[in-house]
Write a protein that binds this ligand. Structure first.
Ligand code: ASP
Length: 344
């Protein structure tokens, strides 16, 4: 019989789940990342924690960072990745629950799931209301995340919010305010958490369809090392009346700025690009900038009609920019990781 490790690390990075407002009626005017994740854990009902102990599980907590996730980026990712690698290698550790702000949780989740080849669960969670709200959602989300972390079917990185378990690949924040702010779009949810029980629809690995030629180890070393700036990759949107001027401006060298290495164009519909934007992208490509396209549509992904993702196509502009089956800001990370991997 397999004996499961008994320790769950609850790690905090800030966000609204650790947010504090001056008044409990205030769900908006708060400071994200003001409380320790240990304080948030303290708000969970004693019986719930006792139930974990009955299952032979004990928790320990650590604040890895305290940020509003609108400001998430390479510095915190370096810390989180380094700590996760240590924890996941520890035989005593069964799972990690990672709290995060809702604004960019999907980006961190995608990054971690792409880089960490782990069967141990890394369950991310968050909240839409601060911890000081009359009716905060953070404690329930944290409880649900712990239930997923304890579940023997849980694998790899996922996001738990509002009773739904999302795959890192698919999850997106789709609402700025309502409690149920996340969607897995076409992909659908992995599971639901119902009264502490997890009802699975899919296994996490079955949902990870997207594969890209990322050289994991060099990318991880690059991030954890945290000494060189990330390859500069920007996202631009195509739209009616586009001029491409923004693309030209991004390509201009500026003192104190890293040279532009890549552009992800969030195209209209099935990744189509306005002709003026396309001309500007061709000029960028001529200056050595890698160009990929995806769709600005919230659901679905670009359906390839040629122009498959060939990250080596540098010489002549392709008739169609290579398409990537990710939303724009995950595609941006995919490109940055690809460029990091190519450096070595
Ligand atoms: N701005 C906050 C953050 O992302 C929002 C939240 O957590 O809901 O940290």
């Amino acid at each position: 019989m397999q004996v499961l490790a008994s320790k769950i690390i609850v790690a905090g990075t800030g966000g609204t789940i650790a947010g504090r407002a001056a008044a409990s009626a205030d769900n908006i005017g708060y400071q994200a990342g003001s409380l320790s994740v240990g304080d948030v854990l303290q708000t969970l009902p004693r019986q719930a924690m006792d139930r974990l102990v009955e299952q032979g599980v004990y928790t320990s907590w650590e604040d890895v960072a305290q940020v509003d996730s609108k400001d998430m980026g390479p510095q915190v990712w370096a810390l989180v990745l380094a700590r996760l690698r240590q924890w996941l290698a520890d035989l005593e550790v069964r799972a990690v629950v990672l709290t995060h702000g809702t604004d960019t949780i999907e980006e961190t989740a995608w990054l971690l799931s792409t880089l960490l080849e782990t069967h141990k669960p890394v369950v991310m969670t968050c909240a839409m209301r601060p911890a000081t709200a009359w009716v905060p959602d953070g404690p329930q989300n944290l409880l649900d995340a712990l239930a997923v972390a304890c579940d023997p079917q849980a694998r790899g990185v996922c996001v738990v919010a509002s009773g739904v378990v999302h795959a890192a690949q698919w999850v997106q924040k789709v609402h700025p305010y309502q409690l149920d702010a996340f969607s897995s779009g076409d992909g659908g949810a992995l599971a639901r958490v119902e009264e502490g029980q997890v009802r699975w629809f899919w296994k996490n690995e079955e949902k990870d369809h997207f594969s890209i030629d990322i050289n994991r180890e060099p990318a991880i070393e690059f991030i954890v090392d945290n000494r060189s700036p990330w390859p500069r990759v920007e996202v631009v949107f195509s739209h009616a009346g586009a001029t491409g001027h923004g693309v030209d401006a991004l390509c201009e060298p500026r003192e104190g700025f890293e040279p532009l290495r890549g552009l992800v164009v969030a195209g209209t519909g099935n990744g189509t690009v306005h002709e003026a934007m396309d001309q500007a992208l061709r000029r960028a490509h001529g200056r050595g900038v890698l160009v990929w396209r995806c769709s600005r549509c919230v659901n679905g992904q670009v359906v390839h009609a040629g122009g498959s993702l060939d990250t080596r196509a540098k010489d002549s502009p392709p008739a169609l920019w290579p398409a990537v089956a990710l939303p724009p800001f995950k595609a941006r990370l995919a490109m940055a990781l690809t460029l990091m991997g190519q450096r070595v």
